[in-house]
Design a protein around this ligand. Structure first.
Ligand code: SAH
Length: 213
């Protein structure tokens, strides 16, 4: 697992590109500047790691495009020690960004092989989510709720009610909604019963799937 000057140089260029594309949260940019994204992909694809592109990670899944990761994370406005739930652990890259920002992270993945692989890998890199769950993100994680923030990293055909209900009042849910493309949507919980909703344009994600039965 090599990470040296060459990779750091490419990361710095990626950060500049994200700045040009409109990412302004310095903490998010600095997290992306320090996480070795190439290690989250098969070694033969190292040259693709610092391009602003999504990439296959096996089992029909992808590591999200860096701009998408940065954009979603910026919308979440993460503060250290916040309790955050991620749906779709995947490669663990978004999880690493959230850990780097000081979040107490809970993350759910429904593909068992990916779940096991990423659990080992994140631990090896020193990123330690509070809890990694093999399960169905549509249900959220009731036993650990409520959360300050929730981020969904797969395309959701609809907004799961359980996720809205597992937010604290004052909390935020960032979720790409729809089927190809998805509309990036931010919910702010204003009270027990009311949510503010804002949308931020089109993105493309692999679909959030119902649990395997
Ligand atoms: N955050 C990931 C993105 C992975 S792509 C990263 O940084 O690499 C989306 C992931 O969501 C896939 O790994 C997919 O298996 C997972 N997923 C799809 N439907 C899900 C569901 N219902 N519950 C939990 N995870 C789900």
């Amino acid at each position: 697992m090599k990470d040296g000057f060459r990779q750091q140089g490419k990361r710095n260029q990626l950060v500049e590109l994200l700045r040009e594309k409109g990412i302004i949260d310095e903490k998010v940019l600095s997290a992306i500047g320090s996480i070795p994204r190439h290690l989250f992909m098969d070694s033969s694809f190292e040259d693709h790691a610092y391009q602003d592109k999504a990439f296959p990670i096996g089992a029909g899944q992808t590591i999200s495009q860096p701009f998408t990761v940065a954009f979603q994370t910026q919308l979440l406005e993460v503060k250290p020690d916040e309790k955050i739930l991620e749906i779709g652990t995947g490669s663990g890259y978004q999880a690493a960004v959230l850990c780097e920002l000081g979040a107490k992270l809970y993350t759910i993945e429904r593909q068992q092989e990916l779940f096991k692989k990423t659990q080992k890998f994140l631990d090896k890199l020193g990123y330690r989510p509070k809890y990694m769950s093999f399960g169905d993100g549509y249900k959220g994680l009731k036993e650990y709720a409520p959360f300050d923030k929730i981020i969904v990293t797969a395309g959701a055909p609809f907004v799961p009610k359980s996720l809205l209900s597992q937010l604290i009042v004052g909390g935020k849910l960032v979720i790409p909604v729809g089927e190809n493309p998805q509309i990036m949507t931010l919910f702010d919980r204003k009270s027990q019963r009311s949510f503010d909703k804002q949308t931020f344009g089109e993105f493309r994600f692999v679909p959030m799937l119902e649990n395997k039965s």
